[in-house]
Design a protein around this ligand. Structure first.
Ligand code: UDP
Length: 254
């Protein structure tokens, strides 16, 4: 079999050269990392679930006219995507206080924010992805003012869509992170959503019990990560209920 050229390897994914120019194959690994790799583990099956969940979300974003890099899923662990020039920002949208916002500003986790807040973090592992302002983004040339406007408009549309999607299945979208890229079509360029959207990059709480159904289970050593991701997939209608194990047929009620 011909070996594919590895274009990039990140913490949870590998990008390979795609079958046609301008395409890449995005491979989802089972690796889980947190606190900038200071905590690491392998969780069998996580990559398969994230591939399916991210596919479901990106397909629907595309259908809604929200541009993304996603073309189609290829198999259990891989999807075909358009090659984009990644903007070195993690764009975080928050609806409810949690994580670094709670820590930084002393706002109790679970507090509903007065409005959705968009943050930019500079993508730089060595610096632990620091929070930056629009001033930094334009001064250092990571994106220009028009691109920042486009990124914020995309982030708001994704937030509106995802909040509704999850609310409909009894899940609160607390916050999430997206990455954006420049997609070149001839001389024209547009900003699209890239990377992945999965329970690795979102905070998802059960609407009633407030149980965490995301990577915080790993960050906080709570266990049950795979089961939680499976439940997210099941509620989104991606996974059908597992068949009943053999041997546990109908039980006679006396
Ligand atoms: N996030 C992410 N990758 C990162 C950092 C954060 O996907 O490298 C997501 C995280 O899962 C959460 C949101 O972005 O849904 C906000 O994360 P936060 O700033 O609170 O940082 P954390 O508490 O994860 O350090």
């Amino acid at each position: 079999m011909k070996r594919r050229r590895r274009v990039y390897e990140g913490k949870a994914k590998i990008l390979f050269e795609g079958p046609e120019p301008g395409t890449l194959v995005q491979f989802f690994k089972d690796d889980a990392t947190a606190f900038n790799k200071r905590k690491q583990d392998v969780i069998d099956g996580k990559g398969v679930l994230n591939n399916r969940i991210s596919e479901h979300i990106f397909l629907n974003l595309n259908r809604m006219g929200i541009p993304t890099h996603f073309i189609r899923r290829l198999n259990m662990r891989e999807q075909l995507v358009r090659e984009v020039e990644i903007i070195p920002l993690e764009v975080v949208v928050r609806n409810i206080a949690a994580g670094s916002l709670s820590k930084r500003l002393g706002i109790e986790e679970g507090t509903v924010l007065p409005r959705s807040i968009i943050e930019f973090h500079y993508k730089k592992d060595e610096l632990d992805d620091p929070l930056v302002s629009e001033e930094h983004v334009t001064a250092f040339g990571w994106a220009n003012p028009q691109e920042i406007d486009d990124i914020m408009a995309l982030a708001i549309r994704v937030n509106d869509f995802l909040s509704g999607l999850f609310m409909g299945v009894g899940i609160q979208l607390v916050d999430f992170k997206i990455e954006c890229g420049r997609l070149w079509e001839g001389d024209l360029m547009r900003i699209v959503v890239a990377d992945e959207i999965s329970p690795d990059s979102c905070r998802l709480w059960d609407s009633t019990s407030k149980d965490k159904m995301d990577k915080d289970r790993f960050r906080q050593d709570m266990g049950g990560l795979l089961e939680a991701y499976q439940e997210v997939a099941r509620r989104l209608g991606i996974l059908v209920d597992q068949e009943r194990p053999r041997g546990t047929g109908p039980v006679l009620v006396k």
